[in-house]
Design a protein around this ligand. Structure first.
Ligand SMILES: [Zn+2]
Ligand SMILES: [Zn+2]
Length: 268
């Protein structure tokens, strides 16, 4: 079996992730224009016909900017919880009724050959969910917007083979940067975003041999750099005596351009 993952765009300016198997694919979030999504997929030789749906994590614009057009032009079904639908559809955003699919929280549903579970995360939207996506024995967990890691999300994160997790801001850059106080406070709060040290500290606690890929996601444009996010994680692992095995890879997802496809081949 083959499990593919790539990020089309990741960060506070727009998020969209592709997860595929040999036959089909799904998208998580549509926070960039529908045109860019189609263009990026085409560039990777992925046909829109193989995309079976879009999963939506929450209603912030960096996750749904391209959704209306994408759903309308490509007649894609869109999957999220009832609460998130309520927050997306008001005020005035139109998604055709036959594209609307409601998913449960912490209960498996099946799409495009994947078993998928949505789980709650702590973030300052009416409701925010992460996704745990299984193909045979392999699992991907995607959590891009969360202020802290509660025990429920920790459980899904620990089980992942490929983990997409937010490392939003460098603590010093945020504190010394030009954001107004209220915004700094919001970002650092339990319902805001994860900083590099938070993410790294948590990963140092849970890293195990089953985790083959760690993708640091949703980096802030103004308060982080890929180098700082990566260095913080490497230094944290080093300070705790954690040595990765030869198969374990860490990468930082690009903010505006697709990353290379990560492909995991396995027996079942
Ligand atoms: Zn976001
Ligand atoms: Zn958000």
């Amino acid at each position: 079996m083959t499990l593919n993952f790539c990020s089309l765009s990741s960060g506070s300016s727009g998020n969209c992730y592709y997860i595929g198997n040999e036959f089909h694919g799904i998208l998580i979030d549509a926070g960039i224009s529908a045109t860019s999504i189609r263009k990026f997929l085409k560039g990777m030789n992925i046909s829109m016909q193989t995309i079976m749906g879009v999963l939506i994590s929450h209603n912030h614009s960096d996750h749904i900017k391209g959704l209306e057009v994408l759903a309308r032009k490509n007649h894609l079904p869109v999957f999220t919880t009832r609460n998130i639908w309520n927050s997306i559809l008001s005020p005035g955003r139109k998604i055709a009724g036959d594209c609307i699919r409601e998913v449960p929280v912490q209960k498996k549903f099946h799409l495009a050959g994947f078993d998928i579970e949505a789980f709650p995360v702590c973030h300052d939207a009416p409701e925010t969910i992460g996704f745990h996506i299984c193909l045979g024995s392999r699992k991907i967990t995607v959590v891009t917007d969360l202020g802290h890691i509660c025990s429920t999300s920790a459980q899904y994160i620990k089980e992942a083979n490929l983990l997409v997790i937010e490392s939003n801001y460098d603590e010093e850059m945020l504190l010394t940067g030009g954001y107004p106080y209220y915004l700094k406070k919001r970002i650092r709060s339990d319902n805001g975003h994860l900083g590099n040290h938070q993410t790294s500290g948590f990963l140092a606690e849970i890293i195990n041999d089953n985790i083959s890929h760690i993708c640091l996601a949703h980096l802030s444009k103004n308060n982080n750099t890929p180098d700082k996010a990566l260095r913080t994680l490497n230094e944290t692992f080093l300070s705790k005596g954690i040595v990765l095995n030869d198969l374990q890879q860490i990468s930082v997802l690009n903010r505006n351009i697709p990353t290379e496809m990560i492909t995991i081949n396995f027996d079942n």
